[in-house]
Design a protein around this ligand. Sequence first.
Ligand code: HPA
Ligand SMILES: [Zn+2]
Length: 339
Amino acid sequence: MTDKNSIDAFMRGIPKAELHLHIEGSLEPELMFALAHKHGVKLPYASVEELRNAYQFDDLQSFLDLYYAGAAVLRDEDDFHALTMAYLKRVHADGVVHVEIFFDPQTHTERGIAFATVIDGIRRALADGEREFGITHRLIMCFLRHLDAADAMRTLEQALPYKDAIVAVGLDSSERGHPPSKFEAVFSRARSEGFLAVAHAGEEGPPAYIIEALDLLKVARVDHGVRCEEDPALVQRLVQDRMPLTVCPLSNVKLRVVERMQDHNLKRLLDRGLCVTINSDDPAYFGGYMFANFQAAQRGLDLSREDITQLAANSIEASFLRAAEKKHWQEKIREFVAA
Ligand code: HPA
Ligand SMILES: [Zn+2]
């Protein structure tokens, strides 16, 4: 199992979960154009190629500007269904057996789309995807941190009737200048309503934001978290608590969190004993889905079969699956490796 093709087959085939995926970030240019045509929305690009060529980013904000503009073509329930189905079909081919998907309701409610339209379309696709591909799922509702806390609180209230469909709340969008502490009351209310918590922290923001996410928001996972390395005491805490990091290698290169894949700290953090996982973040914008992320990280960091196995096992461990389901998939991973 050392040649290129077999390590690729191993990475594709090993059962794994994706835990950091913005469903709006899986909107491929082809579907964006089809939906723009369907709704009579004019896109500022002449073709799919021109749009793809525009995907050159300097930082998180330069990406977010395009990401929010693109999401404007999502208008009815069928659009959210088509978006989610396309993602599930795509990751089924990458050996993904379980997904925990972020959605950003405020991106849509802000422009007059009903909360129900968004979540009903996504949920219907998740149910169809489980039937068709056997992929299990959880849904995580993210608050946009560039908006104020009162807006997040209103969004939380809109989500209460859908409590059973949403496992956790999260925090995304522009990190710098919007620390987790801004949302302490919202997350406290969410946890009292029974939601688990996750948050983007330490992608562009400092390690102090990771500490706030842990101490104030009481997150069960840290999304990205790669800047933890700047604070050795924090790294030690993350190791001790087996606090998962949902790392997104291609995203980090595309948004220039790291210059080159060879510079990524994923392997160092994994070797240090952190519960690191590999994820795709916004695959339509960053150049690849789960397999592409595993492949790029494997090539850039010379990951071994043992590293890949650990990353897959971590993704199950870090998931919000029930204990019996986790046991099932850890056993499947062992069987796959032994075969
Ligand atoms: O990587 C990200 N970071 C913050 N917000 C986001 N929204 C979509 N992707 C991201
Ligand atoms: Zn993200």
